[in-house]
Design a protein around this ligand. Structure first.
Ligand code: HEC
Ligand code: HEC
Length: 383
């Protein structure tokens, strides 16, 4: 403790020196990270007009009419998402664990929130949240506006247990009043408004511009997929023949008909029971090791993998499905060797090295560069 405060003291002292220096140097320029107030465009970004490509259409329950976004609310949501004032320590924001460059996930197994607290699970990428029916690894929340307030209150994340405290805090921050006024017609700040602004911003992060999307559009329009290279097509065949598509299907590669859940045989006794806890949507021991099937969109960017971040690379994930699945009593039937007859042990894929590499090459076609470079979703507090 003593040591920590000493370092802190020393750190503050040094910071003071730099701050004085920094001020002189930067008084006429803003080209340093961490602006005091957000730098927003004079003409608002367009968040509300979302074009739904053809392969999201029909059959999946997706349609553009599901979106209810306004540009002013999403603009406010962007500021809230990146603002460290949303945390008890004023050091952590949503973006601390959800980096744009990583499709809004982060690079560690368990993320650091306030006061060095670690989250018990791997930070999820934020992938087309408007199209999900439930959120979190265990699907414990189904309403996005309800969801966005939980990390603010969570003691491992932003730590502002009483939302009323946040309302008071934001009321004292100069740049929020005009933002709330533009979004809602008057300056009042309350938790409902914070929630709709954050959820509008998240909903506007629509990702549908990967090579895989282009190929699906081409397939719809012309019946061929010449966008893919020979190696990618070979990988696609492995993806289908190995049964990956049975769980990671549809336009978002997360379940063809909406949310899906499975135990994929990671370990015999799950440390984190997932849906196998009382009160979960399946509730109880019978669902130990069940987790929501995650989207594979942008998967190349979101290592480490699984609910606990146990796998550092896509090759480690592929090796798990190839030869590492354990015979957990709840193992999903789609991962059994011979479902319904004979040996019902865990599936072994016996892929060659080339097949594994092709599969990973195909997984890389799920990356949407435009999501991670789109200025509309970038940090307004940095330059
Ligand atoms: C300290 C790290 C941390 C911070 C800060 C944080 N999150 Fe998260 N986020 C996580 C983790 C970990 C999960 C998965 C939790 C679980 O499943 O139990 C998650 C899950 C999510 C999901 C669910 C994604 C899905 O596919 O179901 C969304 C959306 C999200 N966070 C948005 C936010 C927003 C908005 C904020 C700020 C208000 C925020 N997060 C702050 C770590 C963080
Ligand atoms: C029975 C359904 C099912 C099948 C089949 C399946 N997966 Fe998964 N996949 C899941 C679930 C559920 C998770 C999350 C498990 C967890 O974290 O405990 C997951 C996680 C993943 C992840 C990590 C995602 C992340 O965000 O961390 C990758 C990558 C992945 N699967 C790829 C594949 C590949 C490649 C195949 C085919 C070889 C495949 N999956 C087959 C259900 C499935």
């Amino acid at each position: 403790m003593k040591k920590i405060s000493y370092i802190l003291f020393l750190g503050l002292g040094l910071f003071g020196l730099f701050a004085i220096n920094g001020c002189q140097k930067d008084s006429n320029s803003n080209n340093y990270k961490g602006l005091e107030s957000p730098n927003l465009p004079t003409a608002l970004h367009n968040y509300s007009e979302i074009e739904m490509p053809i392969h999201f259409d029909s059959g999946f329950g997706y349609n553009a009419g599901n979106f209810d976004i306004t540009d002013t609310r999403a603009t406010l949501g962007r500021v809230l998402f990146y603002d460290t004032k949303l945390s008890l320590s004023n050091e952590v924001s949503c973006a601390s664990c959800h980096h744009q460059s990583k499709a809004f996930s982060d690079q560690v197994a368990l993320s650091e929130g306030i006061i060095d607290n670690r989250t018990p699970r791997n930070s999820q990428a934020i992938i087309n949240p408007a199209m999900q029916q439930t959120y979190f690894w265990d699907s414990r929340v189904s309403d996005l506006e309800e969801m966005v307030l939980l990390p603010i209150q969570n003691h491992n994340e932003l730590g502002l247990e009483k939302l009323d405290d946040l309302v008071v805090k934001l009321s004292q921050v100069e740049y929020y009043q005009p933002l709330f006024e533009e979004a809602y017609g008057d300056k009042a700040i309350n938790k409902e408004r914070i929630a709709t602004a954050l959820s509008d911003f998240l909903e506007s992060m629509f990702s549908a511009d990967s090579k895989h999307d282009q190929a699906m559009i081409q397939l719809h329009q012309t019946g061929s997929e010449t966008v893919f290279s020979a190696k990618e097509l070979a990988g696609k065949a492995v993806f289908e023949e190995s049964g990956c598509i049975n769980c990671h299907g549809g336009p978002d590669l997360r379940g063809s008909w909406g949310d899906d859940w499975a135990n994929i045989g990671l370990e015999m006794e799950y440390k984190d029971k997932g849906l196998g806890v009382e009160g979960s949507i399946f509730g109880g021991e019978g669902a130990e090791g069940f987790f929501k099937v995650p989207s594979l969109r942008n998967i190349e960017l979101t290592a480490p993998y699984m609910h606990d971040g146990r796998f550092a690379s896509l090759m480690e994930v592929v090796n798990h499905y190839n030869e590492g699945i354990v015979a957990h009593p709840n193992l999903d039937w789609r991962l059994l060797e011979n479902f319904g007859s004979g040996d019902m042990g865990p599936k072994r894929l016996n892929l060659s090295n080339t097949e594994k590499e092709n599969l990973i090459t195909f997984l890389r076609t799920f990356t949407d560069q435009s999501l991670i470079t789109d200025e509309r979703f970038s940090d307004p507090f940095s330059r």
